[in-house]
Design a protein around this ligand. Structure first.
Ligand code: ADP
Length: 191
């Protein structure tokens, strides 16, 4: 299996690039943000709990996310590979992902770290907020999401460097230019 973790701050282009990667490599897409938004829309208990965190720009507790991810992963049996978008976001999530994949006789192939400066991220998210209708795309929540990213999520880069699976990708440029760097990184580990 080709399992890709697409990683980066909010607004770094994970969703956009995931769509290209799926087309190119025929992977399944798991976006924890999308799954959570569907739970909220469906009015489930998980959705009710998650929305409180999301609206404050905080992370949803690890146990809930890991549980949710395991269920989604089970629904993707016989997949050629999966792109994980928005997960893992903490070290315990990364460890849980490794365990879940190992139990299925596979592992993360590569982690693509999309790198974009904060100023650019804020501009992109404010622009997106005008059309996305997302309750978390407003300045106050964006600032707390970026803070959470730098303190809780960014340290994961080191975890994947240790695992020998980290690929740094410049996340600024045209969508095509960024995708070209991604393809190069994926092809070099998937040869
Ligand atoms: P973005 O990357 O732009 O912040 P997402 O759609 O990935 O957008 O996530 C939106 C929100 O959903 C996050 O701010 C967080 O509250 C919650 N969330 C998504 N994925 C996770 C995760 N793996 N762990 C904890 N919370 C998560």
């Amino acid at each position: 299996m080709l399992n890709i973790v697409i990683f980066g701050a909010p607004g770094s282009g994970k969703g956009t690039q995931s769509e290209r990667i799926i087309q190119e490599f025929g992977l399944d897409h798991i976006s924890t943000g999308d799954v959570l938004r569907a739970e909220i829309k469906g009015g489930t208990e998980l959705g009710r709990i998650a929305s409180k965190y999301i609206e404050k720009g905080q992370l949803v507790p690890d146990e809930l996310i890991i549980d949710m991810l395991a269920k989604v992963l089970d629904s993707k049996e016989n997949s050629k590979g999966v792109i994980f978008d928005g997960f893992p976001r903490t070290i315990p999530q990364a460890k849980a992902l490794k365990k879940m994949l190992n139990e299925r006789n596979t592992d993360v192939t590569v982690m693509l770290n999309l790198q974009v400066e904060d100023e650019e991220l804020i501009n992109r998210l404010l622009e997106r907020g005008k059309v996305s209708g997302r309750s978390d795309d407003n300045l106050e929540t964006i600032q707390s999401r970026l803070k959470v990213y730098h303190t809780q999520t960014a340290p994961l880069a080191e975890y994947y460097i240790q695992e020998g699976k980290h690929a740094a990708i410049k996340g600024v440029g045209t969508i095509e230019e960024i995708f070209a760097s991604i393809k190069e990184a994926v092809n070099s580990v998937n040869a």
